[in-house]
Design a protein around this ligand. Structure first.
Ligand SMILES: NC(=O)c1ccc[n+]([C@@H]2O[C@H](COP(=O)([O-])OP(=O)(O)OC[C@H]3O[C@@H](n4cnc5c(N)ncnc54)[C@H](O)[C@@H]3O)[C@@H](O)[C@H]2O)c1
Ligand SMILES: O=P(O)(O)OC[C@H](O)CO
Length: 333
């Protein structure tokens, strides 16, 4: 199958590599012509996947029109802040009705939409799906066993995409609860910043486990308020991804939190990283959604105050496990 992956960062390049090794005719779009040239000539992407050889058959282009016209299946792996614009640009050259799969984990800042909702707005008529779960790019590149979820309401489309992605030790599950899957993937990044802060401040494992567990309660509360199913958040797209992101030193969101916990400024951390940490932006939308649904979500609100510079990470620490302003504290709800 001819598949186009938009975005040649760590995850887009990893997914394009998996699909190429799965014998699909994959074309990856890189914003930077230098990255496209490097992938075509040297079969590497050193900025994002240092030390990993890419499959020789993976082709890259910096021409978005060419990338769009190639696709029988479109996979979108640009950061959520660039998601809508990128889809608008590919729209004129896209074949009608082809499925579009989002790899991106976050919420659109102004509209508060999930990425499959953005797909449906910009590309009406195209089936929209999300690929999400505990999927740290470098582990997948290294061929380590991993599980992921393809989320879409239509089981026929889900099964078809499942077949396209399934390879070797990458096990692909389906889930019809797109809301639960996307809210889990977006919110776990915010909780990972919180766990990172705890790590950076040198707290104990009990504290970190407390933040992860209460974080899961926030993922679940928001997802259910938005129409998702609680069981989704207990699975790969919720707890699975939350645990991977909160415990792994590879996570960029956790890294941001850890550096904040060590007293560094957010601007310095982001400038040095040169990679996306979606939780930093998604937290703004998450707080507005919490307000809309009348939810306490103290971890999310605390991280929002840190990210906006209202309080320091050290100040945040005392509030991370606060449950409810009225003093009602029950677990897990
Ligand atoms: N890296 C992972 O392990 C991983 C795993 C699962 C999901 N994701 C999600 O995938 C998405 C992409 O993450 P990533 O890890 O590949 O990020 P990255 O920082 O490694 O790469 C981002 C890519 O997007 C491009 N980009 C940045 N701004 C752009 C813009 N304005 N227009 C077009 N392209 C732009 C960059 O050039 C780069 O190629 C994120 O939403 C992330 O949460 C990442
Ligand atoms: O590096 P992060 O924090 O963006 O997390 C990567 C993946 O989403 C983990 O599943």
């Amino acid at each position: 199958m001819r598949i186009t992956v938009l975005g040649a960062g760590s995850w887009g390049t990893t997914v394009a590599s998996v699909l190429t090794r799965r014998d699909h005719e994959s074309l990856i779009w890189a914003r930077s012509p230098a990255t496209a040239d490097e992938i075509n000539a040297k079969h590497t992407n050193e900025r994002y996947l240092e030390g990993f050889p890419l499959p020789g058959r993976l082709r890259a282009t910096a021409d978005l029109a060419e990338a769009a016209a190639h696709a029988e299946l479109l996979v979108v792996g640009v950061p959520t802040g660039a998601f809508r614009d990128t889809l608008v640009q590919v729209r004129p050259n896209l074949h009608p009705w082809i499925p579009v799969v989002s790899l991106s984990k976050g919420l659109e800042r102004d509209s508060l939409l999930r990425m499959t909702e953005v797909i449906k707005e910009v590309l009406p008529g195209h089936p929209a799906a999300a690929l999400t779960g505990p999927n740290l790019a470098k582990e997948i590149m290294a061929g380590m066993a991993a599980a992921t979820v393809i989320a879409t309401e239509d089981l026929t489309v889900a099964t078809e995409i499942q077949r396209v992605f399934r390879r070797g030790l990458l096990r692909v599950y389906t889930n019809h609860d797109v809301i639960g899957c996307e809210v889990g993937g977006a919110l776990k990044n915010v909780v990972a910043i919180a766990t990172g802060i705890a790590q950076g401040l040198g707290v104990g494992d009990n504290t970190r486990a407390g933040v992860i567990s209460r974080g899961l309660a926030e993922l679940t509360t928001l997802a259910v308020a938005m129409g998702g199913e609680p069981s989704t958040l207990a699975g790969l797209a919720g707890m699975g991804d939350l645990v991977a992101t909160c415990i792994s030193p590879q996570s960029r969101n956790r890294h941001v939190g850890e550096q904040l916990g060590r007293g560094r400024s957010l601007d310095d951390i982001l400038a040095e990283m040169g990679q996306v940490a979606e939780g930093v932006k998604t937290v703004h939308a998450a707080v507005r959604l919490a307000d809309r649904h009348g939810l306490a979500m103290p971890i999310t609100r605390t991280i929002h105050r840190v990210v906006t510079g209202d309080i320091t990470a050290e100040h945040a620490y005392g509030g991370l496990l606060r449950t409810h302003p009225a003093g009602h504290e029950s677990d897990p709800g």
